[in-house]
Design a protein around this ligand. Structure first.
Ligand SMILES: Cc1cc2nc3c(=O)[nH]c(=O)nc-3n(C[C@H](O)[C@H](O)[C@H](O)COP(=O)(O)O)c2cc1C
Length: 320
């Protein structure tokens, strides 16, 4: 059977369906056309209350883009990428073309794509090796996305900020309605958050977003308390859609590097979505830039892998 460039690009888009997204909205569409692959924002899946600007939608799409590029690089394809190529068409986020062949790279990151799942259980007290954070920092910085690690002094300020964001969300009926919509999806939708991927509130350094305020979380927290967890804030100096897309690509590299290193990871973005707490984070960054995402990484406290979330079928997401 002859494998055409379109087949190769379609296969990369299929791999990118594993990408994580805000509330598992999977807010992307892929189009394969002769010799190229286009990534589009699917605005019908944007969270109107939680994400009115489309920041988290664009970050999520940036992750999908990096997943696709990683799949192509691991198969030995050289690519060119035009990001946000058309001012009159802002939903066209990227156009990818295969330009030649090269030695395969990023194979360990590609292999981590299907193994990575958000792990919301508290991590063990075992420390995270410095080497992982160094590699992850190098990956993000070459994309113009910086990493601020929370230290003993800043973790408390972040804690207060996260708690404040949680309170503001809790008091906002429109946010609660949107959350309910995405945590109670019909099974046939193959998206949204399912109770078996979420742990109940448990003693830990920084509380995670509450997805089921009425209870019903089904994932057992296990024995950890996040004692060895490290908290990384990804930030950019500017705050345009191109920065959000870059932050997504960097976040993907960080998630895959963490997974490939045998560690667990979960994104935390309620602090960033709520404008008041994002402003507090800006001060934490000495006003040098804008926070785009935060990650909690750590050594899993149990041997079980984190549960998988649903994904839509390729035929619903990839055209051409
Ligand atoms: C931009 C972005 C923001 C996210 N924010 C949070 C968050 O604040 N809290 C959380 O527990 N998970 C968060 N997640 C994880 C998603 O809920 C998760 O990726 C999605 O449900 C799919 O599950 P999976 O990552 O296991 O494939 C976020 C993911 C992305 C990409």
């Amino acid at each position: 059977m002859i494998t055409t460039q379109d087949d190769i690009l379609r296969s990369a888009a299929e791999t990118a369906l594993h990408a994580p997204s805000i509330f598992n909205t999977q807010p992307w569409r892929w189009q394969v056309f002769q010799g190229g692959l286009e990534l589009r924002a699917d605005r019908s899946r944007q969270l109107a209350v939680t994400d009115p600007e489309g920041r988290m939608l664009t970050v999520s799409c940036g992750i999908a883009l990096h997943h696709a590029l990683t799949a192509l690089a691991a198969e030995g394809h050289r690519t060119s990428v035009d990001r946000l190529p058309d001012d009159r068409d802002p939903d066209l986020l990227a156009r990818v073309r295969i330009t030649g062949s090269a030695a395969p790279t990023d194979v360990r990151l590609r292999d981590a794509i299907s193994r990575r799942h958000t792990d919301r259980r508290p991590f063990a007290d075992t420390p995270v090796p410095d080497g992982v954070v160094d590699r992850l920092r190098a990956e993000t910085e070459r994309r113009g996305v910086y990493v601020a690690e929370l230290g003993a002094d800043t973790v408390v300020r972040f804690q207060v900020t996260a708690a404040r964001a949680g309170e503001l969300d809790q008091d906002d009926p429109a946010y609660q309605a949107e959350l309910t919509e995405w945590t109670h999806r019909p099974e046939a939708a193959h998206d949204g958050l399912t109770p078996d991927t979420v742990v109940p509130a448990t003693p830990r350094k920084i509380p995670l977003r509450s997805f089921f305020p009425e209870g019903g979380e089904e994932l057992l927290p296990g024995p950890g308390h996040d004692g060895g967890a490290r908290y990384l804030v990804l930030w950019t100096t500017d705050d345009e859609p191109s920065d959000w897309l870059a932050a997504g690509e960097a976040m993907s590299a960080a998630l895959l590097e963490t997974t490939a290193s045998g560690l667990g990871v979960s994104p935390m973005t309620d602090v960033i979505e709520v404008p008041a707490s994002r402003a507090l984070l800006r001060r934490l960054l000495d006003n040098l830039g804008e926070a785009q995402a935060a990650l909690r990484i750590g050594v899993p406290a149990t041997g079980d892998t984190a549960p998988e979330s649903p994904r839509r079928a390729a035929t619903d997401v990839i055209d051409g």
